[in-house]
Every structure is written in C-alpha cells, then in structure tokens.
Design a protein around this ligand. Structure first.
Ligand code: SF4
Length: 53
C-alpha cells in the first residue's frame, strides 16, 4: 500500500506513483518541468516524475 505524501496533491490516476485511494503522490519528492520554451500557463508544465502504469 502506497503512503500518501500530504505535501504533493495529484489527480493523475494513470501514474504508477499515484495513491489510488487518495489524490496524493506516494513519492517523497517530484520534479516539475516544462515542454515549452516560454511557459505561460499551467498546461505548459509537466510532472517529470510521471510513470505510466
Ligand atoms: S509522479 Fe507526478 S503524476 Fe505521478 S502521482 Fe506523483 S505527482 Fe502525480
């Protein structure tokens, strides 16, 4: 059973690191990055710690 990290809320249930019972990440830390040269809105940012189930 994954332990939720209460400091990292997340709703991406298709990620292997997601705590399915609750909307939290189970990692101790994550890396956030961007796929844009000049990010201007939240959709420009990505969780680089995502792992497909
Ligand atoms: S690694 Fe990123 S996408 Fe995956 S559960 Fe954690 S915060 Fe969410």
């Amino acid at each position: 059973m994954d332990t939720p990290n209460r400091s990292i809320k997340c709703t991406v249930e298709s990620c292997r690191n997601h705590c399915m019972s609750e909307d939290y990440c189970s990692l101790s830390s994550i890396t956030v990055g961007t796929h844009e040269c000049n990010p201007t809105q939240e959709a420009c940012t990505d969780c680089m710690s995502f792992v497909k189930k």
